[in-house]
Design a protein around this ligand. Structure first.
Ligand code: TRP
Length: 338
C-alpha cells in the first residue's frame, strides 16, 4: 500500500443491496482505481444512522450485503482496504474536532440536507445536520487526495475542502485539500425512468437472478407515446436504450435496433429481450463471484477486520496529529493507552 503515492477514499452508506446503477456509476470505477492508487473503501454505517436510526436491526445484514456486492463487483481486499466506519472511533472523534471549524448556518444551507428532510419527511437531528462534518472526517482522517463520488456528493466534498483549509490556516499545514473525482458515466435511470432507488422498487439488484432481471426488464418503461409496434418510437430518453448503450457491447446491433425502433420496425418486446440477454451476459462474472461469497460470513468478517485494522492505524496517527495541533496535548502526555 505504501508504494502508491495518491490516496483515495470513498464509501457508501450501507442502506440496502446495491443495484446496477451503483455498479456502473461507482463500483466499476472504484475497481479500476485500486491497482494504481492506495484505496480505502468505507462502509459508512454511522452515516446510516443519520436517517435510519429507528431500524437498528437492519444495519448488520445490510452492511454484509453491501460488502458482498462490492466484492462481487471486483473490489479486491488484497489491493484495497475495506473499512467499517463504526469500528474506527477516530471517525467520530475527528468529526467532533472538525465541527469547531464550520458554522451551523453553513450546514443548514446544504442542498443534501434539504433534500433528505423533504424526501424522507424527517426532522433535522443534530446528527443529520453534521452529516457533512462526519464525511469530512472520513476523508481528512486518511489525508485522501481523491474522492470518487457522484455529482450529488459535491457539496459534501466542498465542505471537507473548506474545513481542511481552515484547519491548515489556524493550526498549520495538516490536511491536503481533497478533490472529487466524478464518474464519467451518467446516472442510470430506474426501470420506471425515475432515478434508481432500492426503495422505489425500480432497481435491478446485483443479487437478482437472471430470471428476476429479465422479468424487471420486460416490465420496463419505454416510449409512452408509442402504442403500436409499427409507430415510430423515441430512442432518446428511453431507458431501454440507455441500458442497451451501457450493457450491450455489440454496437452495430444497438445501432440497428435504434434505427428500426425509430422507423417503427421493431417491437418493444424484441428490444427488451435483447437487453435482458445483454445485461444477463454482462452480469455473469459478477454473479459467479457472488455465488461463491454466499454464506461466507467468516471470510467477509476477515476482510472487514483486515481493512479496518489497516485503516485504523492511519486514522490513529492523523487523529493524534489533529488533536495535538488543536492544543489538546495533555491527553497524549498522560499516555493512558498501552
Ligand atoms: N455520503 C456518501 C453517500 O451517500 C457516503 C460517504 C460517507 C462517503 N463517507 C464518505 C463518500 C466519504 C465519500 C467519502 O454516497
Amino acid at each position: 500500500m505504501t508504494t502508491k503515492p495518491v490516496r483515495v477514499l470513498t464509501g457508501h452508506r450501507p442502506t440496502g443491496p446495491r443495484h446496477i446503477g451503483h455498479l456502473v456509476g461507482t463500483l466499476t470505477s472504484w475497481a479500476a482505481l485500486q491497482s494504481e492508487h492506495e484505496c480505502i473503501f468505507l462502509l459508512a454505517d454511522l452515516h446510516v444512522l443519520t436517517t435510519d436510526y429507528q431500524h437498528p436491526d437492519r444495519i448488520r445484514t445490510n452492511t454484509l450485503e453491501v460488502l458482498t456486492d462490492w466484492l462481487a463487483a471486483g473490489i479486491d481486499p488484497e489491493q484495497a482496504a475495506i473499512a467499517l466506519q463504526s469500528a474506527i472511533p477516530e471517525h467520530s472523534q475527528l468529526a467532533l474536532l472538525l465541527g469547531m471549524l464550520v458554522s451551523d448556518a453553513r450546514l443548514r444551507r446544504m442542498p443534501t440536507l434539504k433534500e433528505a428532510v423533504k424526501e424522507l419527511n424527517i426532522k433535522t437531528s443534530l446528527g443529520l445536520l453534521t452529516y457533512p462534518v462526519l464525511q469530512a472526517a472520513d476523508i481528512l482522517l486518511y489525508k485522501a487526495i481523491l474522492v470518487p463520488v457522484g455529482e450529488d456528493q459535491l457539496p459534501h466534498i466542498e465542505v471537507a475542502r473548506e474545513i481542511a483549509r481552515r484547519f491548515n490556516l489556524f493550526y498549520g499545514q495538516t490536511f491536503p485539500e481533497p478533490e472529487a473525482l466524478l464518474s464519467s458515466v451518467p446516472r442510470l435511470p430506474g426501470t420506471d425512468n425515475r432515478s434508481m432507488h432500492t426503495s422505489y422498487g425500480n432497481a435491478i439488484l446485483l443479487r437478482d437472478s437472471p430470471e428476476e432481471t429479465t422479468r424487471k426488464i420486460m416490465g420496463m418503461y419505454t416510449d409512452p407515446a408509442r402504442i403500436h409496434a409499427n409507430d415510430p418510437g423515441h430512442v432518446e430518453g428511453n431507458p431501454v436504450f440507455t441500458y442497451l448503450d451501457q450493457f450491450d457491447p455489440d454496437e452495430a446491433e444497438v445501432a440497428d435496433l435504434k434505427a428500426r425502433y425509430r422507423a417503427g420496425k421493431v417491437g418493444d418486446v424484441e428490444v427488451k429481450m435483447r437487453l435482458a440477454a445483454a445485461l444477463n451476459e454482462y452480469l455473469c462474472p459478477l454473479r459467479e463471484r457472488r455465488t461463491k461469497l454466499a454464506g461466507q460470513t467468516g471470510y467477509l468478517m476477515d476482510v472487514l477486520r483486515d481493512g479496518s485494522l489497516k485503516a485504523g492505524e492511519i486514522a490513529r496517527q492523523t487523529f493524534n496529529e489533529a488533536r495535538q495541533a488543536m492544543g489538546l496535548i495533555l491527553a497524549k502526555e498522560l499516555d493512558l493507552k498501552p
